[in-house]
Design a protein around this ligand. Sequence first.
Ligand SMILES: [Mn+2]
Length: 308
Amino acid sequence: MAEILVTSYKNADLDGVACAVAYAEFLNKQATLAKAVIAGNPHKEAQFVLEKFNISNLNKINEGISSDSRVVFVDASDVESLPDGIVPDQVAEVVDHRSFNDTDNFPKAKIQLELVGACATLIAERFYNIKADISKESATLLYCAIVSNTLNFKGSVTTNRDIKMAQWLKERAAIPKNFEYEMFAHKSNLDQPIKEIFLSDFKTFNLNGKKVSIAQLEILDKNDFIKNNLVEIKQVLEELKNEQQLDYLFLNFIDLEEGINIFVAEDRYTEELLAQVLGIKFENSIAFSNKMILRKEIYPLIKIFLQG
Ligand SMILES: [Mn+2]
């Protein structure tokens, strides 16, 4: 039988890459021939971790995935995120940790959707539950993905399952001292045009006929960024909103040091939407929340709100 391809969404983040690599390893250990394949270029943070641990043997998705290859889709569960060339019928399994999804559109897939901080936790549990050995490489990637996704266990998405799996993985990985800090510090490099920074972690969803986009930044030790750049931030938001014909767009700035979110919106409608959905209050284009709430948690709330 042809090997199963394990993949995540195009230009996946660390969680997506880690899950693809580790789940392919898991399937191979269960005597199911599988290969992790990566579409596009992994996020900057994923590249940082891959380079740091000398993991360079990732397979890229090449043109023309054969239409009879079966696919496992990890860390994503919406059809729009499928890499080019893969149709929903090919998907045999979906593993994701979002409540916002459209798994009904994968008619042949076995679905696991559980709300934990990282999809990496769900993949780690596959190994843990049957006491399977895990390679140092996969343990390292999954561990880093959990740390990243849970904002080092401080984000409101964090569950006990994430903490338990991270501890289990760390014993099997090779994580240098203070690496967690280094990883977040690397993400906090803001030396590029603000538009580029926003587009490097930018997602748009169609919610009840409205195009809603969130630019997200998780930043350590740069909390004056908003204050110092507010005029330009608002200009860039306006530009992106017009270029991409969005109904709502805002910046979700997560300050890892202070443990807060700072929201910036460019127009009154977005401010009003967020005020109602999150119970926050805008003053001079800025609103604060002391939750460390992530984009993947905000989208379902907006969706419910727009459904009225
Ligand atoms: Mn994820």
